[in-house]
Design a protein around this ligand. Structure first.
Ligand code: DQA
Length: 156
């Protein structure tokens, strides 16, 4: 079964109460449940992880391949704009990943416009609110299918 790891960065544990005008009213649990449900309809096993600590996110990225994940969906939150460590971990992991942001980072403060991971991403979703994660998961699914087609496996 295809497996996708969804990683959430700092302060996303506060979703639901954190600046709802910017990030919406869904809690992180709502988002994760939606992803697991959507994954089930796509035939994807979804793993989820949130941390406020950069090193923990790096370690999950490092372990992803060994845990059987074929792709990553990641919202590094504030680390998007600052973390060379997360960028380097994603580059080293060699797994395709989709970058997701709940808000449109290009329509906010100038410091949010720069992402340290976008040039490595297979795709980017931003500004669709919490359901952007679902779009990112669908994108990751399509990427996995196209990889399998490339390797001669049959598409489901
Ligand atoms: C965010 C945007 C970041 O700039 C911010 O630091 C976050 C969340 C988003 O999902 O819109 O924490 O990644």
């Amino acid at each position: 079964m295809r497996k996708v790891l969804v990683l959430h960065g700092p302060n996303l544990n506060l979703l639901g109460t954190r600046e709802p005008g910017v990030y919406g009213k869904w809690t992180l649990a709502d988002i994760n449940e939606d992803l697991v449900r959507t994954g089930a309809t796509l035939g994807i096993q979804v793993g989820t992880f949130q941390s406020n600590h950069e090193g923990e996110i790096v370690e999950r990225i490092q372990g992803a391949h060994g845990e059987g994940y074929g792709a990553i969906v990641i919202n590094p939150a504030a680390y998007t704009h600052s973390s060379v460590a997360i960028r380097d971990a994603l580059a080293a992991a060699g797994l395709p990943f989709v970058e997701v942001h709940i808000s449109n980072i290009h329509a906010r403060e100038p410091f949010r416009e720069k992402s340290l991971i976008s040039d490595l991403a297979s795709g980017i979703v931003a500004g669709f609110g919490p359901s952007g994660y679902r779009l990112a998961l669908i994108g990751a699914h399509d990427i996995l299918k196209s990889f399998e087609r490339g390797s001669g496996e049959e598409e489901i």
